[in-house]
Design a protein around this ligand. Structure first.
Ligand SMILES: [Zn+2]
Length: 112
């Protein structure tokens, strides 16, 4: 199990800042917040209704309520990994790859 941890305020900021094309639904490039139009079709970018801040906070609270017990249940296992999600996507991907390799090694060791 991989538990990717990002501070709530960072998640709220990320989701609330997300824009999608109102015409074709393509996600806007988050590194170009000022463009305002879709890179695929030129349609206007909009905030998804489910990315409204209060909706985001409610979703995160539901996730927290349902996931915290699972984390408590699994965290002492050798195949449980906590990963810092508040870093670059490449760094997160690298940490996930390392965690997967470690989990596979544990699983292989267990079958001998
Ligand atoms: Zn579009």
């Amino acid at each position: 199990m991989m538990h990717i941890v990002v501070p709530v305020e960072v998640l709220v900021g990320r989701l609330h800042a997300r824009r999608v094309c109102g015409v074709c639904g393509t996600n806007a490039d988050p590194t170009k917040p000022d463009v305002g139009v879709c890179a695929s079709c030129g349609g206007a970018l909009v905030t998804r209704a489910d990315d409204d801040e209060q909706v985001v906070r409610n979703r995160l609270q539901i996730y927290e309520d349902r996931t915290a017990p699972l984390v408590n249940y699994y965290q002492d296992r050798p195949t449980f990994f906590t990963i810092d999600g508040n870093v670059s996507p490449d760094t997160v991907a690298g940490a996930m790859k390392d965690a997967l390799a470690s989990a596979m090694a544990v699983a292989e060791g267990g079958t001998r």
